[in-house]
Design a protein around this ligand. Structure first.
Ligand SMILES: Nc1ncnc2c1ncn2[C@@H]1O[C@H](COP(=O)(O)OP(=O)(O)OP(=O)(O)O)[C@@H](O)[C@H]1O
Ligand SMILES: [Mg+2]
Length: 511
């Protein structure tokens, strides 16, 4: 038994990147068996702190000390912390796309037969069991992980962590790509783990989840500890106030713009499944869009919303058809490049695979699509480029030490802002945003909504896909509901409720 009241103590942790302090002397304490909600704005240092704890940043690359079960922990690798019982599920998925589901789950942790050969039968069986605990039964564990979508991949990652028998399980935004029912399963699992005595640190910008499962709230701001408070003394509003350092009395800016005439039309959009051409993912959806209108697209995950907008943008990965018209003229949106040239831009949902180029800097990522604007006589005017980049960083309140930093050094929410900026620089007439606030903190969400409303007031039309019904209701002028690939509703956002949207999503087709 440990002598300490705390399973974990982190004391005076300082972590710098190229002279920039991400963690500025943080102290946190965690009692055995509790579930701690670690809260803070984008860039506050949550992921960095957990990487220090889990050995991603080895001992010696930070200062301060870590006590684990009362004894100093000076791990130099993830293997060491895992051996001590600390398991982390990272914010950005770490699966190897080409390996099978089973191979991913057992990577570094393989079951072997006497003699050292891998025991695939045992591993496959166990993988199926682990997934069944998460209520997933439609995954073929011998197929490559890349066959499965973001939500399933996230659950596979969780299954992998469950297999490691953690004493402390760290979940860094585990729910950002899960559906409501998947989140319910995940929260149920955490309850079970708690009952078994497993300690958890849970990071999420969805504060209702934090409220539902956490016993203690630890807030951090600018790399420093702000408060540790029992959840029973807290509320979502109080958490927000601690995170941002002031009261936030409204989550959505007021809508003051009025949409103009119909300018844009998508006709007969149909998408077939890339692997199964018999199956339609989107079935003959048509809709119109007004000038300066914000059109929310709601529906359950898997309903075909992302497929619909990627077909319009020309990035759908299977057979599809779509007609796109602007002011009555056909627009050629056969590829993302063509779309961007005509004035249609899209910020995709999967930031890691389609949004950012990891090897480039923050600034390079932002201007990537518009380099031509800065080229004179076949030379890039770098001063001008930098001026634009700095202005954008200011406008979006993007938190980065420098525009020359690799984009992967930004916190999740700030990467999202950079991707948004990249598309805004193309000066689109129509802007598609697929889950624009995923992983974004409450304050930055407000800023993104404000930006959307400003763009709308300037006459830019916006199509926003979102799984958060509250958000859809908070910012949209009109809402389309998609269910099983079909259009199930088209509502003006006036006395509209989450119940009405859900009812439409689950109801029978319109025609
Ligand atoms: N590898 C890195 N190189 C340079 N700077 C980094 C690196 N990793 C993190 N930072 C900086 O450290 C600060 C904290 O980032 P961190 O990712 O810990 O934030 P976070 O609280 O997890 O935010 P989010 O909610 O957006 O995920 C940020 O300012 C970030 O830019
Ligand atoms: Mg983070």
């Amino acid at each position: 038994m440990s002598m300490s009241e705390y399973l974990l103590e982190m004391r005076g942790i300082v972590k710098e990147f190229d002279g920039v302090r991400a963690l500025n002397g943080i102290d946190i304490k965690v009692k055995a068996g509790e579930c701690v909600g670690l809260c803070g704005e984008n860039g506050a240092g949550k992921s960095t702190l957990m990487k220090v704890l889990s050995g991603v940043y080895p001992h010696g690359t930070y200062s301060g000390e870590i006590l684990w079960d009362g004894a100093p922990l000076q791990a130099t690798s993830i293997r060491e912390t895992e051996a001590a019982g600390i398991v982390i599920i990272h914010q950005e998925l770490m699966l190897v796309p080409e390996l099978s589901v089973t191979e991913n789950i057992f990577l570094g942790n393989e079951i072997t037969l006497p003699g050292g050969r891998l025991d695939y039968d045992a591993m496959n069986r166990r993988a199926v069991e682990l997934l069944a605990e998460l209520n997933i039964r439609d995954v073929n564990v011998v197929l490559p992980v890349k066959q499965y979508g973001g939500g399933h991949q996230q659950l596979i990652e969780i299954a992998k962590a469950l297999n490691k028998n953690a004493r402390l399980l760290i979940l860094d935004e585990p729910s950002s790509s899960l559906t409501t029912s998947e989140i319910r399963i995940l929260l149920g699992i955490i309850h079970q783990l708690k009952a078994k005595g497993v300690t958890c640190i849970y990071i999420s910008h969805k504060l209702d989840e934090i409220e539902a499962i956490c016993d203690t709230i630890v807030t951090i701001r600018d790399g420093q500890h702000i408060a540790t408070t029992p959840m029973r003394e807290m509320s979502v509003e109080k958490i927000i106030a601690q995170m941002v350092g002031r009261e936030m009395n409204q989550l959505y800016p007021p809508r003051t713009h009025t949409p103009g005439e119909v300018v844009f039309e998508a006709r007969n959009v149909t998408c077939w499944d890339a692997d199964n051409p018999q199956r339609k993912r989107v079935d003959d959806v048509s809709f119109t869009l007004r000038r300066g209108e914000i059109l929310g697209i709601a529906g359950l995950v898997g309903a075909g919303r992302t497929e619909l907008v990627s077909a319009i943008f020309g990035s759908y990965q299977g057979p599809y058809q779509a007609q796109v018209l602007y002011e009555g003229q056909r627009w050629d949106t056969g590829s993302p490049l063509k779309s961007i040239r005509t004035g249609l831009a899209m910020v995709p949902e999967d930031r890691k695979h389609h949004g950012i180029v990891p090897d480039l800097s923050v600034g390079q990522n932002m201007t990537m699509a518009v380099l031509r604007q800065f080229s004179h006589d076949a030379r890039i005017d770098q001063d001008e480029e930098l001026k634009v980049i700095r202005a954008e960083i200011g406008r979006l309140k993007l938190k980065t030490a420098s525009p020359f930093l690799p984009i992967t050094g930004l916190s999740g929410g700030n990467q999202q802002k950079a991707v948004l900026s990249k598309m805004l620089l193309t000066k689109p007439k129509i802007l598609i945003l697929d889950e624009p606030t995923r992983g974004v903190d409450v304050g930055a969400k407000f800023e993104i909504y404000q930006l959307m409303l400003n763009l709308a007031a300037e006459g830019i039309s916006i199509i926003m896909v979102s799984s958060e019904l509250q958000e859809v209701l908070g910012v949209s002028d009109r809402v389309l509901v998609i269910g099983e690939g079909q259009l199930r509703g088209d509502f003006v956002n006036d006395n509209l409720t989450q119940e009405k949207l859900l009812a439409a999503a689950l109801a029978q087709p319109l025609h």
